[in-house]
Design a protein around this ligand. Structure first.
Ligand SMILES: Nc1ncnc2c1ncn2[C@@H]1O[C@H](COP(=O)(O)OP(=O)(O)O)[C@@H](O)[C@H]1O
Ligand SMILES: [Mg+2]
Length: 278
């Protein structure tokens, strides 16, 4: 006979939340020795092995030209659009090696959305920017459903309250920060499980930057994996759960963001965060 179970030790709610998070952390994407060559001979990125989880924001930091965008572009195979760019190694997404197996790029980029440095909304209304993505993918059952999904995406991108009375206005009339959130809404409308952001705030003022950072956190809390490239260390510290440091085409160190900034192991990371270069 089994002995009666000992009463559970009291656990603080904070610990419970942390445990729940740890349990629910699902792998979204995993790179294994992913490297990139441009023009056959020049290796711009040396083997990077990283795991990204749903519900987390991962920051990729490092000075300019160190391979952050090159790596990010591998994750939804945008690199395939660059002539003479070759990826080596593998990237696992839902159990499929997207680098080496034949996959549908259109579907992949729906599931792994991307937001760029410069906001790039279509020269259409705010509503149409989001609705077009949905209709093109045959996602709306009828007009009312389309309205609902457009609203939901704009809410998730934390833009709804600012534009709800002006949905027919041109997207180009919005501020840069609003345009960037509209691009985020456009990607979110397709229900991606990963959102890639390549320096999404570099063209924005501090208030708009803050709005994008809040949006990134909210999206992650909704269960999406957000991977954000930034050369702004404060931004990485504010927004991310994990940070990976790239230097001269190598991923030098990765870990929980707090640990990376308070107890860097690699001297190159220590020098970078103390402002010695970059
Ligand atoms: N399309 C390209 N063709 C050739 N070389 C490129 C291309 N894009 C980036 N590179 C090179 O790859 C290296 C890494 O660049 P990049 O990934 O843009 O760095 P980061 O995003 O960290 O600034 C740089 O040496 C850059 O010149
Ligand atoms: Mg870049």
């Amino acid at each position: 006979m089994n002995a009666p179970a000992a009463p559970a030790a009291p656990v603080s709610s904070h610990t419970q939340v942390a445990q729940a998070r740890a349990v629910s952390k699902e792998v979204a994407l995993r790179s294994r020795d992913t490297g990139v060559f441009y023009n056959d001979d020049r290796q711009a990125l040396h083997e990077v092995s990283l795991t990204f989880h749903k519900g987390e924001v991962a920051a990729l930091i490092g000075p300019s030209g160190c391979g952050k965008s090159t790596f990010l572009r591998c994750l939804n195979l945008m690199s395939r659009e660059i002539p003479h760019c070759r990826i080596v190694g593998s990237i696992e997404y839902h159990g499929v090696d997207i680098v080496n197996e034949k996959i549908n790029l259109f579907d992949l980029r729906t599931q792994i959305g991307m937001v760029f440095q410069q906001p790039n909304p279509f020269r259409k209304s705010i509503y149409d920017n989001v609705a077009l993505a949905l209709t093109r993918h045959g996602r709306a059952a009828n007009a009312a459903d389309l309205d609902d999904q457009v609203e939901a995406a704009l809410r998730e991108a934390v833009l709804w309250d600012e534009v709800k009375d002006d949905l027919k206005k041109s997207a180009w009339a919005l501020s840069g920060g609003q345009q960037q959130r509209l691009c985020i809404a456009r990607a979110l409308a397709l229900r991606p499980d990963v959102l890639l952001m390549d320096e999404p705030c570099s063209a924005l003022d501090p208030i708009a930057t803050r709005a994008i950072e809040d949006t990134a956190r909210r999206i992650a809390e909704a269960g999406i994996c957000v991977i954000i490239v930034t050369h702004n260390m404060q931004q990485a510290a504010r927004v991310s759960d994990t940070t990976s440091f790239f230097y001269l085409g190598e991923m030098v160190e990765t870990g929980p963001t707090r640990q990376m900034f308070t107890a860097p192991k690699d001297p190159r990371l220590a020098a970078y965060i103390s402002g010695q270069f970059g």
